[in-house]
Write a protein that binds this ligand. Structure first.
Ligand SMILES: Nc1ncnc2c1ncn2[C@@H]1O[C@H](COP(=O)(O)OP(=O)(O)OP(=O)(O)O)[C@@H](O)[C@H]1O
Length: 303
């Protein structure tokens, strides 16, 4: 399988004006497969943004290698077809969202029949079509974030790199964006995203890597975390809303409940004509986070 991202012994030292050195990344080795959604988690200052900045060519590693689709990141061709949403997006504020998206489509050499129509579709998807021709200068943080996300998806990326993609959004905005990202993922897209919001990582990621003090502590699939919360994850499909269940894409619903609530919920789902998709012990990403960060456990494996 093609590797979308390959990091080999990636190390980064920052030096400040007094020549003091901070080791932000320490020998990180990791690969992300094509079609995979990979969540990168860790506390403040762990090295997440540094990794993403190396991938996006903003900074260079002190040692080690990073490549995307087999091309070293020092070659700008590695970034063709890479959609990127930085932690604090900066856009030329005299441009409009439509101009930003058109520029992205052109820079990434995307061939579409009607560029304007294509870009408007993505602005509509992120609920900002009504301000398509308004200068970004007057935008709120959330609207700027939506513009940057629409730009990243409008280029029909082979890889999406997102640094805290949901940070500037209100709860409704978060839900909308998670839906778009899940759709992209179901269509075979590759996502590499950092987040502090563990629930979002659980919902979106096929695998996650936990980094702390520049060291990749663990790489796991969410199912490896199953079991120790005493809670149960229930997924169903149906048209009727069920109190306490969250809507995912399409007619899919999910919730984490206490074990003793399972039978009453199943009764409710049956009455509402829902089809049960999955019942399994709930994930404990929060547990893993606490374990690897607060207990300062040594790395167990990286892949
Ligand atoms: N330009 C810089 N100069 C010096 N040190 C830096 C610089 N950028 C980051 N660092 C340091 O490198 C380490 C890793 O920072 P990084 O921003 O990659 O962490 P992060 O995991 O993205 O954190 P956060 O979740 O707070 O954004 C931290 O100790 C940080 O203080």
């Amino acid at each position: 399988m093609t590797c979308a991202i390959a990091l080999e012994g990636l190390t980064k030292h920052y030096r400040d004006r007094k020549k003091q050195s901070t080791k932000a990344l320490d020998n990180v080795t990791l690969s992300v497969n094509q079609g995979e959604a990979f969540g990168f988690i860790g506390p403040n200052g762990a090295g997440k943004s540094t990794t993403i900045k190396i991938l996006t060519g903003i900074i260079s590693p002190s040692s080690g290698k990073a490549s995307m689709f087999g091309t070293d990141v020092s070659d700008h061709h590695a970034r063709l077809g890479m959609g990127y949403v930085p932690e604090n997006p900066y856009l030329y504020d005299y441009l409009t969202p439509l101009e930003v998206l058109k520029m992205g489509v052109s820079l990434h050499k995307l061939k579409v029949d009607n560029t304007e129509k294509h870009c408007m579709k993505w602005l509509e998807r992120f609920s900002i079509a009504h301000v398509a021709n308004k200068r970004i200068r007057s935008f709120s943080k959330g609207m700027t974030q939506r513009t940057v996300l629409a730009h990243a998806l409008a280029i029909q990326p082979r890889l999406l790199i997102l640094d805290e993609p949901l940070s500037g959004l209100d709860p409704i905005g978060r839900k909308e964006v998670v839906d778009v990202l899940m759709e992209y993922r179901h269509q075979g897209g590759t996502i590499f995203f950092s987040s502090h919001v563990l629930h979002d990582v659980e919902r979106l990621a096929d695998r996650f890597g936990l980094i702390h003090k520049g060291v990749l502590r663990t790489v796991q699939e969410p199912h490896e975390l199953v079991g120790d919360t005493g809670k149960v994850l229930v997924r169903s499909m149906g048209t009727q809303a069920i109190e306490g269940m969250e809507k995912d894409v399409g007619e899919r619903w999910s919730t984490n409940i206490e074990r003793d609530q399972l039978w009453p919920l199943l009764e409710q789902l049956r009455a509402a004509d829902h089809q049960i998709v999955e019942i399994k012990p709930a994930l404990t990403l929060e547990g893993a986070f606490v374990k690897y960060v607060t207990e300062d456990i040594q790395p167990n494996r990286a892949s």
